[in-house]
Write a protein that binds this ligand. Structure first.
Ligand code: ZN
Length: 428
């Protein structure tokens, strides 16, 4: 039964604070068929972990074969094992919403395959995101320094500037020189080049982003210029030269400069924390948000947005959000990774940490159809958490709606200065 709360959550345009959304031309060039639209997202990792035959998974995802029904037949037994995970639930939600599929089977997906053609036309990507998913705007990390206005929707598609290769201690120095025109030969000139990136793109970028937790520990140490200077020289001479400890030292230094520049340019710094995409590669000791306490203390003027609820270290993130004025939490992707824990995280956050420092949604995908499913999942989870709060007598329905408004929209508008960014982009 619809309540005032559920109606509000369904009808309010949702700010999407983290995607890797394909550009318009890329989407049209990829021209996803219905299997790619439904399954080329996080769920393929569940198939792998469930033990799917690799050849059958490859055949399933082979768009050159028009036999959609036959391709799905090959992995259908594995689908039965993963359909109730968060990733699997999102597939079922998008199948129902986009293709009116009640039960995801080889027959139903095969029968719906022709519907896909209408969705890979110019402008459909934006329509799916803005009108079907009901998003206010989306913030995309396209893995690049460039943050130029996106002609397919300049006020809708906003971009992060990547800082990942810096944090990894592995920046592409020739590319940096080419992008900035600054000749990088020592630490002062590297600082100048970093500054030049922010001068060029800081005004239109919505945030700075790094996912170096996929490559190294999130533990950070303050590094002296004198210790890092020789590392830079060796890295310039040979990008393969540094060992792991040296690379982390150089990365820590570059990460710190990024944090300083974020404060100077009033850009939030988004950091991937917690769970990995994919399968069979996750070192848990790299990814804890608590590894970053020294960094958070050292850069109190920088807003750090810690992503994915740092799952499975979600309680640690509640504690950081409660303790550090400069820590924000983003529930992007979390609703799909573990829907139950996400409800639990949200309820704990409400009663422990300030309500102005939480963002509720990002699909973390390049795929607009997947994004529709992920928004449905996030809205359902938000409603479940807030309705439980109301049912337990902990907040009134009016208060729950006010919280939803913050989490869905107001907090992102404040922290990422959305109105100012749109004005700047309109003037470019
Ligand atoms: Zn991501």
């Amino acid at each position: 039964m619809a309540t005032e709360l559920s109606k509000f959550i369904d009808e309010t345009p949702l700010c999407d604070t983290h995607e890797h959304m394909a550009k318009e031309q890329q989407y049209l060039d990829d021209s996803p068929d219905i299997i790619h639209a439904l399954f080329m997202n996080y769920v393929y990792a569940d198939f792998e972990v469930a033990g799917v035959d690799a050849g059958k998974l490859a055949a399933f995802l082979n768009q050159d074969d028009p036999d959609v029904r036959g391709r799905f037949e090959g992995v259908y037994a594995t689908w039965q094992a993963v359909r109730h995970t968060g990733y699997g639930e999102a597939v079922r939600l998008m199948a129902k919403r986009i293709y009116d599929i009640d039960e995801v089977t080889p027959d139903s997906v095969g029968a719906a395959a022709p519907l896909q053609e209408a969705l890979v036309q110019p402008g459909e990507r934006r329509r799916l995101l803005k009108e079907v998913a009901n998003l206010d705007h989306i913030q995309t990390d396209d893995f690049s320094w460039l943050c130029l206005p996106d002609a397919s929707g300049p006020d809708f598609f906003l971009y992060d500037m990547t800082w990942c290769s810096f944090c990894n201690g592995n920046p592409d120095i020739p590319a940096l020189v080419e992008e900035t025109g600054v000749d990088v030969s020592d630490l002062p000139s590297l600082r100048n080049a970093m500054h030049a990136l922010f001068d060029k793109y800081g005004a239109v970028a919505v945030a700075v982003k790094s996912q170096h937790a996929y490559n190294r520990t999130l533990t950070w140490e303050d590094r002296a210029d004198a210790d890092v200077e020789p590392l830079l020289h060796r890295h310039i001479d040979d990008p393969e030269a540094l060992d792991v400890d040296e690379r982390n030292a150089f990365g820590d230094w570059c990460w710190a400069r990024g944090a300083e520049l974020c404060a100077e340019y009033d850009l939030p710094f988004k950091i991937h924390t917690g769970y990995y995409a994919g399968s069979n590669t996750m070192p848990l000791d790299f990814i804890r948000c608590g590894n970053m306490c020294r960094l958070l203390t050292a850069f109190l003027d920088t807003k750090f947005v810690l992503m994915h609820i740092s799952y499975p270290y979600n309680d640690e993130l509640v504690a950081l959000g409660k303790h550090y004025a400069n820590v924000y939490a983003d529930m992007c992707w979390a609703w799909s990774i573990d829907p139950y824990t996400s409800v639990d995280f949200l309820r704990k956050w409400i009663h422990a940490a300030p309500a102005n420092k939480l963002f509720i949604y990002g699909g973390d995908t390049f795929n607009p159809v997947a994004n529709v499913g992920y928004t449905m999942q996030a809205r359902a989870g938000l409603n479940r958490a807030l309705q439980a709060e109301v049912d337990d007598g902990l907040v009134t329905e009016k208060e729950a709606i006010a919280l939803a408004a913050r989490f869905m929209r107001e907090n992102a508008y404040d922290c990422f200065r959305i109105e100012a960014k749109r004005e700047t982009i309109a003037g470019v």
